[in-house]
Design a protein around this ligand. Sequence first.
Ligand code: ATP
Ligand code: MG
Length: 358
Amino acid sequence: MIEIKNLCKTYHLKSGDVPAIQNVNLSIHEGDIYGIIGYSGAGKSSLIRCINLLEKPDKGEIIVDGTTLVSTISKNGEEKVSIIPNRALRKTRKNIGMIFQHFNLLDRLTVYENIAYPLRYSGYDKKEIHNRVIELLSLVGLSDKINVYPSSLSGGQKQRVAIARAIASHPKVLLSDEATSALDPDATESILHLLKDLNQKLGLTIVMITHEMSVIKSICSKVAVMEDGKVVEEGDVYSIFSNPKTEVTKRFVATTSALHKVDQLLNSSILLGNDQKGKLVKLIYQKTSVKDALISEVSRKYHVDVSIVLATVEILQDAPLGGMIAWFQGNEKDIQSALTFFSDSDVKVEVIEHGRVD
Ligand SMILES: Nc1ncnc2c1ncn2[C@@H]1O[C@H](COP(=O)(O)OP(=O)(O)OP(=O)(O)O)[C@@H](O)[C@H]1O
Ligand SMILES: [Mg+2]
């Protein structure tokens, strides 16, 4: 649905050049809820604003739903960026809705008029606009607020109006730039729920920019992590949570993962000076291996005692991800066989500390 290739964007300021996007490649499929996470200044907004050309890139390629918005041609050794002409761009923009952190509603217009506004420029007649607004208000659960002004709505309700306006002309793509960042936890959850619902009901492809990993965890299927204008890690949300590779991704995952408790315990001094014998082991269980009674099987098979210090499990994308810290006791060879058995059963094994082995 969205292809981004070798995208670059530098802002030229008096104080110097700011390379906001540096050679970014992304492939977002139809029906994805695709998260883009990064700290402030990472280049997230610049990237998302390039997708609907609110920002003009310097180089690269952007294709949205089969339409090439940006391309780069090499001529006589020089690279020249080519942007889709204005008239075609206006048409494409109808296919791309956008929502923002501060809602961007028109305060002097009622809820009805705010939603009707973009439809007036889309060739709809009065009756069609009326019917569509009624339909959209019901879709976002705000039918009773049709004639009120934005100032009398809560933040969550304002964002619902903004969502209705953004999807009014049936776009296939919705770009969301920190749409829940100004909301309290309850409103955040209900907006995320609405977005997921629209994704499923309408097949809407959503690109979600956020600096909160909990947002990614709750509705995204894929995620790209940005740092200094680059995508430093990318993949499906489950793999990123179960096996984050870069430091920045590990920090984001740690903010919301139950598995973080495992690392917190390992980093604390609680386990030091423990007089346990054997090996202290960290186990990460993925998908299928969570369900199996591997611990009891290992104990039986290899005659090792497993004493669990901490165990936790969380659900990500409808699949469990578990973590455990446990002491393995028995003879060295048996412990080794037990650990190999875990590795072979799709469990990630890490020996933390070698204790005294009998
Ligand atoms: N219009 C602009 N003119 C000049 N520099 C800009 C402009 N917009 C962004 N920048 C700079 O480009 C870099 C990336 O900014 P961007 O807004 O894309 O980051 P972000 O990841 O969205 O950050 P935040 O989480 O704070 O919204 C920053 O260094 C920023 O200062
Ligand atoms: Mg931003």
